[in-house]
Design a protein around this ligand. Structure first.
Ligand SMILES: [Zn+2]
Ligand SMILES: [Zn+2]
Length: 272
């Protein structure tokens, strides 16, 4: 069984370890492929907290040089390093933000929604606690529309942590199945991959992103899936992987299928 993890962070954004230390940890843990995907966030509004977790905008080429150097230093016949980026989707500027990345040699871009308008869905439970249930429902509804629009933009390869607003266990009480299904249909139409993000198991929601129900529907639509750790430190490079693969199987997927990306081309599945 080969393990691959494409969603991971280094010190260039909100991770605590260096690129080389993360890559070495992944190699030691026996992963077959490891990708860095540090945060690239260009908000269409001023947000003083962004600096705490997004890559500084003048560091992009240093980040790329660091990952490419690690690729040279650590890759061998049984281990591959990939260059990714986790890019925040905002409908106001997504096309401009991705175009500005130019022809830099990314293997994949993860598109993520951390903000619904100006509300940050995953920063702290304290931002959710004072909200009315009606407002919570609205945030979820808008979130699914953002995911749909992210997919429709055609700008990214992988959808990050599909149902992220559940992180602090504030759930909608209205039926949002139509919004969820519209997002899933857009993901399928855009030929994107979704991740089973195993970090969710360590959060108050206590399960991977996305839920079994969403994953079952994604499977029925034929949307490819990949397991990733969303590691921000070395010990987490393979966290909760057996639970994530169990979930993949329970949703109806063949848990031995692996998808990979090279220079933004999705490679054919490979049985582990
Ligand atoms: Zn994220
Ligand atoms: Zn992340």
């Amino acid at each position: 069984m080969t393990d691959i993890s494409y969603h991971n962070h280094s010190r260039f954004s909100d991770g605590i370890d260096s690129i080389n230390d993360m890559v070495q940890a992944a190699k030691t843990a026996g992963l077959a492929e490891f990708g860095l995907s540090d945060h690239w966030v260009v908000t269409p509004f001023a947000d003083p907290e962004i600096k705490a977790w997004s890559m500084a905008h003048d560091q992009l080429d240093n980040y790329i040089a660091g990952v490419l150097q690690a690729k040279q230093d650590y890759s061998d016949s049984s281990f591959q390093v990939r260059l990714g980026l986790e890019v925040d989707f905002f409908p106001e500027n997504a096309a401009v933000v991705v175009a500005a990345l130019g022809d830099r040699p990314f293997d994949y871009l993860i598109g993520s929604v951390h903000f619904v308008d100006r509300f940050s869905v995953d920063i702290s439970a304290d931002t959710w606690a004072p909200l009315s249930q009606e407002r919570i429902d609205d945030i979820w509804r808008l979130y699914w529309r953002r995911i749909r629009d992210l997919a429709r933009s055609g700008l990214y390869d992988i959808v990050g942590h599909l149902d992220l607003p559940k992180k602090f266990a504030f759930y909608p009480t209205v039926d949002l199945r139509a919004e969820e299904d519209a997002a899933l249909a857009a993901i399928r139409d855009a030929n994107m991959v979704i991740e089973i993000n195993s970090a969710g198991l360590d959060k108050p929601c206590a399960e991977p992103y996305p839920s079994l129900s969403l994953l079952q529907r994604a499977c029925a639509l034929g949307i490819p899936v990949m397991v990733s750790a969303d590691a921000h430190r070395c010990p987490n490079v393979k966290r909760n992987f057996s639970a994530a693969y169990d979930l993949m199987a329970r949703a109806g997927y063949d848990p031995d299928t692996r998808w990979r990306f090279n220079r933004r081309q999705r490679l054919t599945s490979r049985r582990a």
